[in-house]
Design a protein. Sequence first.
Length: 364
Amino acid sequence: MVVEYRMPRDAKPGTYTGTIIVDGGGSRESIPVSVLVLPVALPPVPIPMGLFLNALPFDKRYVDEATWWRLQESLLAEQGNAGLNAPTGGTGLELSFTDDGSAIVGDDALRYLELAKRYGMDRAVGAYGGFLSAPRGEVATRAAQTLQAFEAQHHLPPLYVNIYDEPNHHEERVAAIARLKPLTDAGLRTTGYTSAHWDDPEWVEVVANSYAPAFNVHDRGLFARVKAMGKHPWIYNNPRDRFGYSVDLWRQIRLGCEGRLDWIGNYVQGFAFSNLDGREPSTAFFAIHRDLGVLRTPRWLAAREGLLDLRLRLALESVAPAGDAALEHWTTDAYRTDTARWTPAELDRVRAVMLKRLQELRPR
C-alpha cells in the first residue's frame, strides 16, 4: 500500500507525527508515521526530460470534451510535479504545417501546451504521439521561418520534429538523410532515434544531418563526440527505475546529454498484450481511469523516486561548498559500470546523507 502526503508550501520545517489506521476485515491496525519537513526548493531538471506518448492515447470520441481535458490535465500534473518537463503528445494533439509551409494548424495542441505551462511541462516539445509533423523538404526554409514566428506568437518552448526511428538498413538511412538535410539546413530542430554505429559512414551522415539525434545504446564518450560535430545529443529508452532517473540521469547530464525521452507514458498498442502476439507486455507508466484520472504503475513510482533523488542532489549542489563530502557519493566515473551497486538500500542511504546535509546547510 502506498500512502502519499501533500505538504503545504508554507509548512513550517520540523518533524510531524501521526498514525495511519487500517480498518477492515475484522481487524484494525495502527501504523505510526513520522514526516520530516525541510525548507528546500527542488530545482527543475536542467534538460528536457519526458516520455513518449505522454498524453492521452485516445481522442474525444470516447469521452465528453470536458472529461478529455480533465484527464489530460491530470497527466500533466502527475508528470510535472514529479519533475518531467517535455511533452511529446498523444492522439488529437497534432500540429501540422500547411502544404506551402506558410502556417501551422492545431488548436487543441496549442490549448494543451498552454495548459502544460501550469505544471512546468514547457522546457521543450517533442513529437512522439502528437505535436509537430515534418514539412515537405521543398518548403523547408519557409517552414522554418513559420515555426520561429509561431513559437514567438504563442510563447512556446522549442518544438522538435521527429524524422527517423531506428534506421538500421541502407535504404532506411538513405531515406532519412534525404528527409533530414533540407529541414536541418533550413534551421528546423530535427531529431530521430538510433544507437551508436560509428563504423558506419551512412549512420554518421544521419547524425551529421540531425539537429538533435537521440541515442539508445551509447557510451560515455558519445556526448562529447556528437557535440564536436556541432549537434545536440539526446538519449532515449534508457533505464527507467529509481537508479535510471537519479544517478544515471545525473551522470548523463554532467557528461553532456541535452535531452532525454523514454518509453512510454501511455500505451494501448497491440504488443501491450504478450498473450496475444507473443512479443512483450506493456511497460507503460500510466493507465487512465475516466473518473479517477491517472493510475500510477509501480514502475512510475520508482522513476518518480529517482527524480526526487536527482532534484535533491541538484538542491545540495546549489548550497554545498566545492569538495563537500556529501557530493562525493555521486560521480560520473563509473557510468554504466556500477549499476549493481545502486540497490534500493544504497539509494536510500545516499538520500539520507543528502537530506541531512541539506538540513545542516539550510539558512538559519
